[in-house]
Write a protein that binds this ligand. Structure first.
Ligand code: NAG
Ligand code: NAG
Ligand code: NAG
Ligand code: NAG
Ligand code: NAG
Ligand code: NAG
Ligand code: NAG
Length: 486
């Protein structure tokens, strides 16, 4: 069974640094070596065997007792070249992305810390089972095991690296990694002293139709940039949805939108609409200043300007597609996943975990949003999870209660910075702002103006937005307070 809609939407939304790392995948300068660590397949039992989990340590500036920045990897992670060339992962020679592409080494250098990172089980080279049947293979892909991988690894580091025994650990990660960062801090506070989750989507969890917060990201960004442009966009997408109701028009639609192939069925047209909606969302989400992360320089401000000038609704729809697919480089719009450029992303384990413990809803759009209503079913849909894996996905309330991430839990926990970004639709399904606290060690919520999905967590470069440079400073100075480093 093909799960088209999910394949189209999920990877793009959650692959925080996928584009960033792709640019570096074949650099001949990649030299920092990774190592492997023996982990239990089931942390609660020695009877289920072990597997090798890939990790990296950067400690050129580590001073005994200094902090440990633990970067939680995800479905792509910083060893993502391992994922992107997963056709032949053993040939990957680029494991030093932590150094080149994330901001943590700069922080570690400033305060005498080290940076460590562990590959997420079942991704890259860290396969925890040789089984081929997914139900058998991913049985140990539980949130408890993923957390204990990190806990066990950190204990190993503290016991083997001189001077690290009493080091305080600050965990961070983005997107799905921001969710993991939050649950690690909340469930193992004795291991994780502080946490910086970037863009954690903590409030759009559960199966379709369940969670009233699930639509929030479709109204994020455009209205704040220009109400006039947003309403013109909404009218253009509504006009297109009406046009899509007539299958007699598919040839003309394919021509107008420069599609690679002509859609044939109503389901095909829903996929085309999904691609348009995904682009409308990814333009702001991935509007990084760094050309490595945003090679075509697509921004919501550009779409707003084009929209304000547009004479016809088709021009607005077309711009939504061409900003991320410039016609001189992308000959036509591929709407069928068979043509998807992200085909090598490791979807199978990610699809499983979205059924098992992270059922993020991203494929449903309600009436009253800037985009036309849709309800594409995904793996998170209970029937699909049941059919594929025999799993019933948990609800928002169940996830909050089981992993201690209700609003009340999060507000009372010390030393967490929930870092959201103004241009990132994920902020719409993040947690709401916290009330101000006089305690500098209390958890805090911040929103970085004009920033893209987790933009501060990416290595700095000359053209960074001033708001992003400032946000990095606020975060590091807050961490210094936590550590008493002044
Ligand atoms: C490799 O490193 C050298 C020296 O830092 C630099 O000049 C060169 O551009 C790098 N090559 C690539 C492909 O990144
Ligand atoms: C270990 O954990 C798994 C998954 O949570 C559970 O199914 C199993 O019964 C546990 N085994 C033991 C020995 O506690
Ligand atoms: C998978 O098979 C290889 C080769 O037989 C073996 O070395 C490895 O331990 C197996 N991995 C797991 C997780 O069972
Ligand atoms: C671990 O072993 C137990 C007992 O044989 C089994 O029931 C369970 O399914 C195994 N877990 C995994 C992840 O293979
Ligand atoms: C939309 O843009 C594509 C690519 O530039 C172009 O081929 C097509 O004619 C445009 N459609 C309309 C209706 O202008
Ligand atoms: C959008 O238009 C405004 C007003 O003309 C202009 O100042 C701004 O630079 C434009 N922005 C982009 C990204 O083109
Ligand atoms: C925050 O915690 C650190 C470490 O315990 C402590 O040194 C510092 O004084 C605290 N700051 C405030 C404002 O309480």
């Amino acid at each position: 069974m093909r799960l088209l809609s999910a394949e189209l939407w999920f990877p793009a939304l959650l692959a925080l640094q996928a584009n960033v790392v792709k640019a570096q995948a074949n650099s001949p300068n990649c030299t920092t070596k990774t190592e492997f660590f023996t982990q239990l397949v089931e942390h609660n039992s020695t009877a289920n065997g072990t597997f090798q989990q890939q990790y990296q340590i950067l400690k050129p500036h580590f001073k005994p007792g200094g902090p440990i920045f633990y970067y939680q990897q995800t479905e792509t992670g910083t060893f993502a070249c391992l994922v992107y060339i997963s056709e032949s992962p053993q040939s990957c020679t680029c494991p030093d992305l932590l150094q080149e592409r994330t901001n943590y080494p700069a922080w570690a250098d400033e305060i005498g810390g080290m940076v460590i990172s562990l590959e997420h089980r079942f991704f890259g080279l860290s396969d925890a089972s040789n089984a081929t049947d997914p139900i058998e293979k991913y049985k140990s892909l539980t949130l408890e095991n993923v957390m204990l991988d990190a806990v066990t690894f950190i204990s190993h580091i503290k016991h083997t690296i001189p001077g690290a025994k009493d080091s305080k650990v600050i965990v961070s990660g983005g997107s799905y990694g921001g969710f993991l960062t939050t649950v690690l801090k909340m469930n193992y506070p004795e291991v994780f002293y502080g946490a910086v989750p970037y863009a954690p989507p903590l409030r759009s969890i559960g199966a379709n139709y369940q969670n009233p917060r699930r639509y929030d990201w479709f109204n994020w960004v455009y209205w704040d940039l220009s109400a006039a442009a947003a309403s013109k966009m909404r009218d253009a997408f509504t006009w297109l949805a009406q046009r899509f109701e007539n299958l007699g028009e598919v040839e003309d639609i394919a021509k107008d939108l420069n599609l690679c192939t002509v859609p044939k069925t109503a389901a095909d047209l829903r996929l085309v609409m999904g691609v348009i909606a995904t682009n409308a969302e990814l333009i702001p989400l991935l509007s990084y200043s760094s050309p490595d992360a945003n090679p075509y320089g697509a921004t919501p401000q550009k779409l707003v300007n084009i929209t304000l000038r547009a004479k016809e609704p088709i021009d607005i729809v077309n711009a939504t597609l061409t900003l991320r697919n410039p016609p001189n480089l992308v000959p036509c719009i591929a709407w069928d996943t068979d043509q998807s450029a992200e085909a090598s992303l490791q979807k199978a384990p990610f699809n499983y975990l979205t059924c098992n413990y992270f059922p993020l809803i991203v494929n449903e759009i309600a009436e009253g949003n800037i985009l036309p209503p849709t309800s594409a079913q995904t793996e998170t849909d209970p029937m699909t999870c049941e059919t594929l894996y025999g799993l019933v996905p948990p609800t928002q309330a169940e996830v909050e209660a089981k992993w201690h991430i209700s609003r009340a839990d999060l507000i009372q926990a010390p030393r967490i910075i929930f870092a959201y970004a103004e241009n990132d639709p994920t902020s719409g399904v993040g947690i709401h702002p916290f009330p101000p606290s006089p305690d500098r060690n209390a958890s805090r919520w911040m929103m970085t103006s004009l920033a893209a999905h987790g933009e501060e967590s990416i290595a700095s470069f000359a053209g960074d937005k001033p708001s992003v440079v400032h946000a990095r400073r606020v975060q590091l100075e807050t961490i210094k307070e936590w550590l008493g480093l002044y």
